[in-house]
Design a binder for this molecule. Structure first.
Ligand code: 3HC
Ligand code: NAI
Length: 708
């Protein structure tokens, strides 16, 4: 037996403890350890009942995902299936009590369901989250779960992948009992109680499998939901198919179907991309020159300057995490407007059932207001979210410098301005950082953490840690115009406009990218964010424009006509009172008129060209960002795009997607575009180099490891 699994026996009760920190992942070695323990128990007549328990903070959070990744890349040719081991446990002939705490996910829940009883501490979560990794349960989960929880609940858990609370799991039959106090003591007592009783095998409990008529309705509704809510994903539909097999076939046959579907999903590009995203989200937290041991500051009270769109949303983010907020505005009316909008947002969330009224009331109590900078003297962190303008931002920062305590963190939510110049308005540039939240701040998971030239490691470490507490994915980025996300989004949206200028319709451009998997087409996104925002920035920065390069012009013309997008009821599309878009024939004829005046030849453009031009321009700019060290690794760029820009998770982010297509292929196409369309398409030097060397972006990043 290995160190990973311990077996102890007292008074006829065997205890198998899984000890593979941090989350007791069910690796091949853990499975071997369990098998060895089972062998010892099988042959020991003195053992009357068995308890399985996890050491540390959790039961088993699932099979070891790293092994999946290795198996896909051919490093592990074949991993022994868990299924025979689970059958052996189920057939042990003495009651097995699974004692759960923390999380029992994936293979962890599958192991638990092979036991004869399951007990848990309150606060435990159970789930089959495999779909989030592009796979389905692969150790009998789709066959045992419907037998315990019923078909509808099993479909919901396996197809959507969301965790279920212990209370809910008890209600649905996944758990037999909730226990308080010391889990091991309770489990041993439970095992003693059931030692003489028959051990009910989950795979033989068919009473919850429903009738064909009931099930047909459940499966049809689940498939429809998967197609609309998990658009483009293969695994949810595969999970539903596997559960359908459980209702129609004997257990062993159902397991075979599950195995086939599991393998198909595991070797799909989708699963590789989603596993990349899973590890990527954890990788971005690792900053090579800001190690885990870097000291951090306490953030227990926060000031926010500006109660507009962003300031209000950011206040909710902190309040939701239980951190008190003091919101400052220029006058009472602006504060009242800001507060009213926060209240309305919370009321909507309560109405939709996202929050309870009690939660909302508690959060609102955490948000206080002021008109006086002086009241920020005790704040640990101040986030500035005033209008975008350097003079105003510097004025605010010099005020903050005057009133804030010496080690307070001073953050700006600017999306375009130079962090170092803002910091120069203070006498403590080491305390200044960018915290770039995305709109709506209380919803979007991305937080770009912008490192200034002087920002201290302590401040960076604190903000990275804080992002997790705020339920955000914090990505450290360097200081440049647009940072990572918006810097890449500029060329992406410019290309979308060029395509329209060359003859593609507005809907053809948006539909092609929507079909690719983007949450929204680039032109519709412009309408949502407000076309006037970019228009104003372009007007201010006209002097910075590179000469001799083609400039997109349609959006400027639309703005000149007052078509700012959704907020004015018209932009690229026209909108009804519920902000529902429809194509606008007036826009089509204006575009035809403007492009003919500009003598731009019109042609049919395929959906493939639309996708390639928009996505490859993201990749090309991403390559520059990577080479300049504005992003630490290619995966950081991917995580920005997956969490802030609606890039389809099953494609892994733009840089991963380029690796999947082949860097050389992307490079060659970009060279063709350069020849045909001009110098916006000049290939990034890094892209060229990787293409010539036959390397991937992932390989480049893994060797790099320098700070932004
Ligand atoms: N396999 C391998 N490593 C895992 C893992 C897993 N199943 N789950 C978590 N880890 C690693 C993380 O990569 C991280 O490593 P790092 O410290 O080197 O970055 C470490 O464990 C801690 O993880 P988190 O930072 O995510 O810790 P949290 O406390 O925030 O979250 C968790 C814990 C809720 C368990 C979360 O890690 C999680 O959701 N894990 C994935 C669970 C999952 O998907 N399980 C199903 C796996 S597939 C399967 O079981 C197939 C089966 O049907 C055969
Ligand atoms: P907004 O116009 O909605 O709000 C700005 C608020 O700041 C106004 O309510 C104004 O009264 C207040 N204000 C101005 N001077 C002030 C002062 N001296 N003290 C206190 N309050 C003051 O603007 P929005 O959209 O919230 O943007 C704020 C910042 O966030 C900008 O830097 C913007 O670039 C950035 N940002 C905006 C995003 C968006 O989608 N709106 C997304 C990400 C960042």
């Amino acid at each position: 037996m290995s160190d990973l699994v311990q077996l102890t026996k007292t008074d006829g009760i065997a205890v198998v403890t899984i000890n593979n920190p941090p989350v007791n992942a069910l690796s091949s070695a853990v499975a071997s350890g369990i098998a060895a323990a089972v062998a010892l128990i099988e042959n020991d007549d003195a053992v009357r009942a068995v308890v399985f328990i996890g050491a540390g903070r959790t039961f088993i959070a699932g099979a070891d995902i790293k092994e999946f990744a290795e198996r896909m890349s051919g490093k592990i040719i074949c991993r022994e299936s868990l299924k025979p081991l689970l059958l052996r446990i189920e057939d042990l002939g003495k009651p097995v009590v699974m004692a759960l705490h923390g999380t029992a996910f994936g293979g962890g829940l599958e192991l638990a369901m092979a036991g004869h009883y399951r007990i848990a501490l309150p606060g435990t979560q159970v789930g089959q989250p495999e779909v989030k990794l592009g796979i389905i349960p692969g150790a009998g989960g789709t066959q045992r779960l419907p037998r315990l929880a019923g078909v509808a609940k099993a479909v919901e858990m396996c197809a959507q992948g969301a965790p279920v609370s212990a209370e809910d799991a008890l209600k649905s039959g996944v758990l037999d009992s909730l226990v308080e106090g010391d889990l091991l003591t309770a489990a041993i007592a439970f095992a003693r109680e059931v030692a003489a009783k028959p051990a009910p095998k989950t795979r033989e409990r068919n009473e919850k499998l429903g009738t064909p008529e009931q099930n047909a309705t459940i499966f049809a509704a689940a498939r429809e939901k998967a197609r609309s809510k998990q658009r483009g994903l293969l695994a949810p539909l595969a999970a539903i198919d596997a559960i359908e097999s459980a209702t129609k076939l004997p257990f062993e046959k159902g397991c075979q179907i599950e195995e086939e579907l599991f393998t198909k999903c595991l070797f799909s590009d989708q699963s590789k991309a989603l596993i990349h995203a899973f590890f990527g989200e954890r990788e971005v937290a690792k900053i090579p020159d800001v190690p885990k041991e870097t000291p951090t500051l306490n953030v227990e009270s926060v000031g926010i300057v500006g109660a507009g769109t962003m300031g209000g949303g950011i206040a909710m983010v902190f309040a939701n995490a239980g951190i008190p907020v003091l919101l400052k505005e220029t006058d009472r009316a602006a504060l009242d407007r800001g507060l009213a909008s926060i209240q309305k947002n919370y009321a909507n969330s309560a109405k939709r059932g996202r929050f309870t009224q009690q939660f909302v009331d508690e959060r609102l109590k955490l948000i206080n207001t002021t008109l006086d900078f002086g009241e920020f003297s005790n704040a640990d962190l101040v986030v500035e979210a005033v209008f975008e303008g350097m003079t105003l931002k510097k004025e605010v920062f010099s005020q903050l410098d005057r009133v804030c305590k010496p080690n307070a963190i001073l953050a700006t939510n600017t999306s375009t301005l130079d962090i170092d110049e803002i910091a120069s308005a203070t006498s403590r540039q080491q305390s200044v950082i960018g915290l770039h939240f995305f709109s709506p701040a209380n919803v979007m998971r991305l937080l770009e953490i912008v490192r200034g030239a002087a920002t201290s490691k302590e401040v960076i470490a604190t903000c990275m840690q804080l992002s997790k507490k705020l339920n955000k994915v914090g990505v450290l980025v360097g200081n440049c115009m647009g940072f990572v996300g918006n810097r890449m989004f500029g060329p992406y949206r410019r290309e979308a406009q060029f395509l329209v200028e060359e003859g593609a319709s507005v809907t053809a451009v948006d539909d092609a990218l929507y079909e690719f998997g983007m949450a929204m087409g680039p032109l519709a996104t412009g309408d949502l964010a407000g076309l006037d925002v970019g228009w104003r920035i372009r007007k201010e920065n006209r002097h910075l424009q590179k000469t001799g390069l083609r400039q997109a012009f349609i959006e400027d013309r639309l703005c000149e006509l007052g078509r700012f997008g959704q907020k004015t009821g018209a932009g690229w599309y026209k909108y009804n009172e519920n902000r529902k878009p429809s194509p606008d024939p007036q826009v089509s004829s204006l575009i035809r008129q403007w492009t003919s005046e500009a003598r731009i030849p019109q042609r049919q453009i395929s959906a493939q060209e639309i996708v390639e031009r928009c996505i490859y321009t993201l990749v090309n700019e991403g390559a520059r960002i990577l080479e300049e060290g504005i992003a630490l690794r290619a995966v950081d760029i991917d995580i920005v795009y997956l969490n802030g820009y609606g890039f389809p998770a099953y494609r892994g982010g733009p840089m991963w997607y380029a690796d999947t297509i082949g860097v050389k292929k992307v490079y060659d196409r970009i060279c063709e575009f350069q020849q045909r369309l001009g110098n916006w398409w000049e290939p990034a030097p890094l892209l060229q180099r990787l293409a010539e060397q036959g390397k991937t972006f992932a390989e480049f990043s893994s060797r790099r490891g320098v700070a932004a």
